[in-house]
Design a protein around this ligand. Structure first.
Ligand code: MIC
Ligand code: SF4
Length: 635
C-alpha cells in the first residue's frame, strides 16, 4: 500500500489497534508541551499518578497565556509550574521567552516525532513534519506518565497546493481558503496533509501558520513533509542534527483530496464571529478599523514581523487606530532589535507588547464598544476579545499592517512592499529555558486548589440547565480574559464564570438543581483544549450533554471527567426539549458499547433515543466518574 506521511508516522508510533479509519488506536507520545493556563491542572493530575519523573523523550512547560500577574494568583501558578517541572524532569520556559507553539517550533520540534500538547494549536509542529496534536491536560499528564495516547484512526485528507502565491497573498490566506472549503467542523476526525509543487516555496514559519490554524477546522492535526525547506530552517536554528527527510509515497492513498491553485488565491479575511466566515478582503475595503493586533501563535514569526516592519517603515499608524504587536518569542523580538526593524515598528506608533498570547486570549487590549478589530490570530469567536459588541476579523500580517496605516481594511495585493526573506541564521539563546534539577520541593500557593472529581456514574434524572445552538465554543463555556484566567487552578471559582457570556443564570441554576443536563446542536465544544470547559460543568453537577455532534478534544475532555457526550438519534428531538425539562436516561448505569439509551422527558411526557460512541475503556471511565478516579484506583 502506498502510504501518506501521516500514516507512516502513526504506524511507527502504533502501540495498539488497527490503522483502519475510525477504529481506536493507541500511539506512543515522544514529546509533550503544556502552557500555564492548562498546565496547572495537568501537573496536579500528574502528581496524583505518583511517578518519579516523566517518561517522555522531552516535556516542556511554557508560561505564555496568563501573564498579567494582577494579584498573587498568576504568580502562584508560575511558581508551582516551575517547581513541579523541576521535580518531574520537565523543561520550563519562563514567562517572556515566548508563546509555547512558536518556541517549541524554534527549539524543540523534530520531524517524524509525536507531540501531545495541552493546547489546541499544538499542530503548529506539523510545519516541520511531525504529528503534533492538542489534547486535554489529563491526556497530556497520562502521556508524561508514559501511557500511550488513544484516538480513533483519523481519515487523511490531502490538500494539494499548486503554483505560487501572488504578491500580497500569504500563508494565512491559504488556511483561510481551506477553512472556507471545509468549515469549522469539516476537519473533525481528519488529518490534513499538505503536498504539491506549491509547498516548495513555503517556508517553515509559513507552513506552521497553516498547520496552526488547522485547529480551526476541528482537525486532529495538519502536517507538511520534511524536505529541503525544513532542513534549511533547522540548520538556521542550529539544529541540523534534528533533520530527517520525510515524505508520503508517490501516489499515496488518501481518503479525500482538495486542490488549491495558489496563483489564483486572493487575500482573504475571516469575518465575525467564526474562522470559516471567509470573504475576499477586496470586498471589505470600505470598513473602518479601530484596532489592529499583530501576533499570536499563528502569525508572530521573525519573517512575519519583518514584513510588517517593511510596510510600516517611515509611516505612521492612522490616528484612529490602535496597533499592537506581540512577537512570538524572545528570539523574534531580539532579532528585530538587532536588525533595526523594532525601531521601525516603534517609530510608526505601534504598541509593542510582551512575547505572549496577550490579546488573543483576552489578556488586555479589549477593543472599544462596537469596534472593528483586525487580528492576525486564529479565533474570532463571539466575545473572545472580551468586548461583546466588537467585530473581530482574522487577517494576514500584510493586511493588518496596511489597514493600520490606512484606517480602513486594505488589500495588500494592491500595494508595493517587500516580503521578508528568511534570515541567514536565527539568534540562539536558550537561557530562559530552565533544565530540570529533579529537586523535591513543589511550591503551591493559596491559588492552587485540589482538583474536584466526579462521583461514580449513577442514575441520571435531571433537568436541562441550558439549551444551546450550533458551534458552541469552549470560550462560551469557560471564557478567557484577565478576570477568569487567574482561576485556572481553582475550579470552584472558575465555575462561577461558566456560560456567563451566554446565560448569566447558568451557575446559580445548576447549584439550585444539583444535577443537570446540557442540550446543544452541531460541533459542541469547538476551539480550545481547556479541560475547564468540562471540569466546571462537572463541578456544577452536569451529568450528560445531548448534542448533534462534538469537537474532538472537548468530547474526550468530557469523557475524561465522567460527563457522557450523547448524540440525538433523531435530530428533530432537539426541538421538543426546553430549558428545565426533566430528562430521565433510562438504566444509564448499565450503558453498553453500541447500544442506544432511552430518554424520558417527564415534563413533556415524551420519549426519545440518544446514541453514543463510547468504547469499553471509555465506558469504564464514565462508570468510575472519570479517568483520574480510574487511574487512582489502579495505583
Ligand atoms: C486558546 O487559544 O483558546 C487557548 C487559550 O490557547 C486554549 C487553551 C486554554 O484555554 O488554555 C487552546 O487553544 O487550547
Ligand atoms: Fe495563545 Fe492565542 Fe495561540 Fe491560544 S491561539 S496558544 S491563546 S496565541
Amino acid at each position: 500500500m502506498k502510504k501518506s506521511l501521516a500514516y507512516k508516522i502513526l504506524e511507527k508510533h502504533l502501540v495498539e489497534g488497527e490503522m483502519i479509519k475510525g477504529q481506536p488506536i493507541k500511539i506512543k507520545i515522544d514529546n509533550t508541551l503544556t502552557q500555564d493556563a492548562t498546565g496547572t491542572m495537568a501537573y496536579l493530575q500528574l502528581e496524583a499518578m505518583h511517578i518519579d519523573k516523566v517518561k517522555t523523550k522531552r516535556s516542556v512547560s511554557y508560561i505564555d497565556h496568563n501573564t498579567l500577574q494582577s494579584g498573587f494568583m498568576n504568580a502562584d501558578d508560575h511558581k508551582y509550574l516551575q517547581t513541579v517541572a523541576s521535580k518531574y524532569g520537565i523543561y520550563y520556559s519562563k514567562c517572556g521567552n515566548g508563546i509555547c507553539h512558536q518556541v517549541q517550533l524554534e527549539r524543540f520540534d523534530i520531524p517524524g516525532e509525536t507531540l501531545l500538547g495541552s493546547d489546541s494549536h499544538t499542530p503548529t509542529g506539523g510545519g516541520v513534519g511531525m504529528i503534533a496534536m492538542g489534547a486535554g491536560g489529563l491526556d497530556v499528564a497520562c502521556a508524561m506518565a508514559g501511557m500511550p495516547f488513544s484516538l480513533n484512526m483519523p481519515a487523511i485528507v490531502n490538500v494539494k497546493l499548486h503554483g505560487n502565491l501572488k504578491h500580497g497573498v500569504s500563508a494565512k490566506d491559504i488556511i483561510l481558503k481551506v477553512l472556507s472549503i471545509m468549515s469549522v467542523k469539516g476537519g473533525v476526525g481528519k488529518i490534513i496533509e499538505y503536498s504539491g509543487d506549491g509547498i516548495k516555496n513555503l517556508s517553515v514559519p509559513e507552513r506552521s501558520t497553516i498547520c496552526n490554524m488547522g485547529a480551526e477546522l476541528g482537525a486532529t492535526t495538519s502536517l507538511f513533509p520534511s524536505d529541503e525547506v525544513t532542513k534549511e530552517f533547522l540548520e538556521k536554528q542550529h539544529r541540523a542534527q534534528d533533520f530527517i527527510p520525510l515524505a508520503a509515497d508517490d501516489d499515496a492513498i488518501y481518503d479525500e483530496t482538495i486542490e488549491i491553485n495558489l496563483d489564483e488565491l486572493e487575500v482573504l479575511a475571516a469575518c465575525p464571529h467564526s474562522p470559516d466566515n471567509v470573504k475576499k478582503v477586496k470586498e471589505l475595503e470600505n470598513i473602518k478599523v479601530d484596532q489592529v493586533c499583530i501576533g499570536s501563535c499563528t502569525n508572530s514569526s521573525f519573517t512575519d514581523i519583518v514584513t510588517v516592519a517593511n510596510i510600516l517603515r517611515g509611516k505612521h499608524v492612522h490616528p484612529d487606530v490602535s496597533l499592537t504587536i506581540s512577537c512570538g518569542s524572545k528570539q523574534v523580538l531580539n532579532m528585530l532589535a538587532k536588525c533595526g526593524a523594532l525601531s521601525d515598528l516603534i517609530s510608526s506608533g505601534a504598541r509593542i507588547l510582551e512575547c505572549t498570547c496577550g490579546p488573543c486570549i483576552g489578556m488586555g487590549q479589549s477593543p472599544k464598544t462596537d469596534a472593528v478589530s483586525l487580528r492576525t490570530f486564529n479565533r474570532n469567536f463571539y466575545g473572545r476579545s472580551q468586548t461583546l459588541s466588537a467585530n473581530v476579523y482574522l487577517i494576514s500580517c500584510e493586511t493588518a499592517a496596511l489597514s493600520a496605516l490606512n484606517g480602513y481594511i486594505s488589500d495588500p495585493s494592491t500595494y508595493e512592499f517587500e516580503k521578508a526573506a528568511m534570515p541567514d541564521e536565527y539568534l540562539i539563546d536558550d537561557s530562559m529555558i530552565l533544565a530540570p534539577k529533579f529537586d523535591d520541593e513543589v511550591i503551591k500557593g493559596p491559588n492552587i486548589k485540589d482538583i474536584p472529581v466526579k462521583e461514580p456514574l449513577d442514575v441520571i434524572d435531571a433537568k436541562v440547565m441550558i439549551k444551546l445552538e450550533d458551534n458552541i465554543t469552549t470560550d462560551h463555556i469557560v471564557p478567557g480574559g484577565n478576570k477568569v484566567l487567574p482561576y485556572r487552578s481553582n475550579i470552584e471559582k472558575i465555575s462561577e464564570f461558566c456560560f456567563s457570556q451566554v446565560d448569566a443564570q447558568f451557575h446559580d441554576r445548576c447549584l439550585a438543581n444539583g444535577k443537570g443536563v446540557i442540550i446543544a446542536k452541531e460541533n459542541y465544544g469547538q476551539g480550545s483544549s481547556r479541560e475547564h470547559a468540562a471540569l466546571a460543568p462537572m463541578y456544577l453537577g452536569i451529568q450528560a450533554i445531548v448534542a448533534k455532534s462534538y469537537a474532538r478534544i472537548h468530547k474526550q475532555n468530557l469523557i475524561n471527567n465522567g460527563i457522557i457526550p450523547f448524540v440525538f438519534v433523531d435530530e428533530k428531538d432537539y426541538d421538543d426539549i426546553d430549558l428545565l425539562d426533566e430528562l430521565e436516561f433510562v438504566d444509564v448505569k448499565n450503558i453498553k458499547e453500541g447500544v442506544n439509551v432511552k430518554v424520558i422527558n417527564h415534563t413533556k411526557n415524551k420519549e426519545f433515543e440518544v446514541s453514543h460512541d463510547l468504547n469499553e475503556q471509555q465506558i469504564k471511565m464514565i462508570r468510575s466518574g472519570g479517568l483520574l478516579n480510574m487511574i487512582k484506583a489502579s495505583i
